[in-house]
Design a protein around this ligand. Structure first.
Ligand code: PMT
Length: 405
């Protein structure tokens, strides 16, 4: 299991900063990447210097900042080709629409684009721009072209923007980018494995208007799918109703009810090495959903519910079963009930989490997990769901590799 303060040791990060208001977040990114053990050198575009001064990056990286191809002193110290060779990972954050366009065209009209062309290191871009600019077909075409060339696109996130609009285009936070750098470094951990992840709630219809649902947002399962893909797995995400965007390189199957989720999982399971059940699957559904809206009449209304099939238990009964990971969402006596579920459902691993408290569990950015398996357990303290997903997957990968001998 990697230690957060050494997770990027041996990483020589060349951070490109292009012009955008999000450039201020890149200063924090330098700090966090160094705290995780990386060496960092910064190359800024001329536009970036309008947003953050080179002195900030110089102080945080402990290295001179480069911005021009035509600085003889800087070229003498480390030429742009040497800089491109020095990097073990390149990340451009923020990557503006202009930078994406120039890189997609193969232009080398400033130091950053020249280094991007000259490097053999993996390149990741963290786009940041107004949501209309991100949605523009020209930007989409540039992003598609870069992806085809193997460039990783991290983000953008969705939310309020500096321009006052809201939508996709926010640069990921520094902590998310550091997590992506760590995941990229361990990019081979899950190569060759096919992982099916379920995420989100299920909705059990009562009538065309109402349903029984739960508070799951899908964030935990989506984080697992995203990290598994970054770690090299082939990933199928069976998602209950949620508006979360599909993570890069993840195949998504949308479902609504528990029965649909079971069918979608069974369609995928023959080829799967691992199943992670992060979805909050409804245990019961209405016996007979009504075809038209139920009218208000009696003072007390009784609902008749029937047990849903248990997806994990169905998979555990199969002759060829993948490595089975369940989740246990509990409000009290979390570890006791989780171990009960591990045994009752005959799982290889269960991730126990407390729900019903603010700041972890349902619909939060962070969580706390305890991993339990038949002869052991491991507490993973509070961290982002992405970080926990990565640790959970590293544990799964170690267990699978040790089984294979
Ligand atoms: O989605 P988020 O907002 O990010 O919240 C994350 C989470 C709290 C939903 C997640 O971390 C979590 O705990 N997911 C499992 C929730 C749940 O249904 O727990 P459970 O204890 O009721 O079920 C135990 C396990 O059996 C789960 O892996 C569940 O997917 C599985 N199950 C349950 C019922 C059923 N019919 N079939 C199943 O396979």
């Amino acid at each position: 299991m990697s230690n957060p303060s050494t997770a990027l040791t041996d990483t020589r990060l060349l951070l490109g900063v292009s012009g955008g208001i999000a450039a201020y977040k890149s200063a924090e990114l330098v700090r966090q990447a160094r705290a995780a053990g990386a060496q960092v050198r910064v190359v800024m575009t001329a536009a970036a210097e309008h947003f953050v001064g080179a002195a900030t990056f110089q102080a945080l990286s402990g290295q001179p900042v480069r911005s021009s191809l035509w600085d003889p002193a800087a070229e003498a110290a480390m030429g742009h080709i040497e800089l491109a060779r020095w990097a073990s990972q390149v990340l451009v954050a923020p990557a503006s629409a202009d930078l994406l366009a120039r890189y997609a065209q193969g232009m080398g009209n400033d130091l950053l684009t020249t280094v991007l062309l000259a490097t053999a290191a993996p390149v990741a871009l963290a786009p940041a721009m107004n949501q209309q600019m991100w949605a523009h077909p020209a930007t989409s075409a540039n992003v598609a072209r870069l992806r085809e060339r193997g460039v990783a696109i991290w983000g953008p996130g969705v939310g309020d923007q500096a321009c006052g609009e809201s939508g996709a285009g926010r640069m990921l936070e520094a902590s998310e980018l550091v997590e992506a750098l760590i995941a990229a470094k361990v990019g081979d951990q899950l190569r060759g494995l096919r992982i099916v992840v379920s995420a989100g709630p299920t909705f059990e219809d009562l009538d065309p208007v109402r349903f029984i649902g739960n508070r799951s947002s899908g964030r935990m399962g989506f984080a697992i799918a995203e990290q598994a893909a970054l770690m090299g797995a082939e990933v199928v995400l069976v998602a209950g109703p949620t508006s979360l965007p599909t993570p890069a390189r993840v195949e998504r199957v949308n479902v609504r009810s528990a029965e649909q989720m079971l069918r979608a999982v069974l369609d995928q399971i023959d080829r799967a090495d691992v199943y992670v059940g992060a979805a909050a699957v409804a245990d019961y559904r209405p016996v007979a959903p009504r075809p038209s809206k139920i009218k208000k009449a009696a003072e007390v209304m009784e609902l008749k519910l029937v047990r849903n099939p248990d997806i994990l238990a169905t998979l555990a009964d199969r002759a060829r079963r993948p490595f089975l990971v369940g989740f246990a969402a509990e409000t009290d006596d979390v570890l006791h009930y989780a171990r009960g579920k591990l045994e009752a459902k005959r799982l290889d691993l269960i991730a126990a989490n407390r729900v019903g408290l603010p700041g972890c569990g349902f619909d939060s950015a962070d969580n706390e997990l305890t991993l339990l398996w038949p002869d052991g357990e491991l507490a993973l303290p509070r961290a982002s769901k992405a970080e926990l997903a990565r640790r959970l997957l590293l544990h799964v990968s170690e267990r699978i590799r040790s089984r294979q001998g």
